[in-house]
Design a protein around this ligand. Structure first.
Ligand SMILES: [Ca+2]
Length: 245
């Protein structure tokens, strides 16, 4: 089953239990769809679920469960010296400028780190951003935003390198929770939607819709006009699919 079919089924399921005007729109979309092609990749990656592509060799690293973490868990990298690193592959669906939002664990047992990206596993690693925050107490999961530009689609590499100790405990360990990958521009309704590379064809005219996605936190959502700033190649209209998470 394709990712979009799964989305459509979830939308219909929601329609059956809640006859709101928004769900009626979802129903119209599902009945019109005849063909779905292309992948529908995630734009959120739980770091504890990613496969390590490279590291300095630190082996005592584990997945830790914590209710406040995204998906209830994060990846604990037991780096104990500045310069130790771990690298993960990240799929990028299209060339362009992105925001990579890295959610990480902050506590007195976490040091600081930098994030770099590369087109190949061996580098060069560039576009560095640095997480400079340490705390003496408490536990939280803040987000570090990393702008990144990719000249091509495909597998890219995200490297986390310990670059400072927690002054209270001397720890250089890293807690890595998730990465949200959002392409700048593209998608009707304004910027911030990432291109899924999937397309939707409708029966009436053979028109093709490019599918973009974005994750919102609960609350009111305002979508701009079809040709609002950030639109990329939009024409007549756009359709919204809502998937509850
Ligand atoms: Ca997580």
């Amino acid at each position: 089953m394709s990712g979009l079919s799964h989305v459509a089924i979830k939308a219909l399921s929601k329609l059956a239990s809640n006859h709101s005007p928004l769900c009626a729109l979802l129903f119209l979309l599902c009945c019109s769809a005849t063909t779905v092609s292309g992948a529908f990749p995630q734009s959120t990656y739980e770091i504890e679920d990613l496969t390590i592509a490279d590291s300095d060799g630190t082996t005592a690293s584990v997945t830790k469960t914590k209710s406040a973490a995204s998906n209830g868990a994060y990846f604990f990298y037991k780096s104990n010296a500045i310069g130790e690193f771990v690298t993960f592959p990240i799929p990028i669906s299209a060339a362009g400028t992105y925001s990579l939002d890295v959610q990480h664990h902050l506590s007195k047992y976490r040091g600081t780190f930098q994030v770099d990206v590369a087109d190949t596993l061996t580098g060069p690693y560039t576009q560095t951003v640095t997480m400079n925050t340490t705390v003496a107490s408490g536990s939280s999961f803040p987000t570090l935003t990393m702008p990144a530009t990719f000249a091509s689609s495909g597998t890219k590499y995200l490297r986390f390198t310990a670059n400072g100790s927690n002054p209270g405990t001397g720890s250089e360990r890293m807690g890595l929770d998730k990465v949200d990958v959002t392409q700048a521009g593209g998608g009707g309704g304004g910027s911030g939607f990432s291109n899924s590379s999937a397309q939707l064809q409708v029966s009436q005219s053979g028109t093709t819709f490019d599918l973009y996605r974005k994750t919102f936190t609960p609350g009111p959502i305002t979508l701009g006009g079809n040709l609002a700033t950030g639109a990329n190649g939009a024409t007549a209209n756009y359709i919204v699919i809502v998937v509850e998470q």
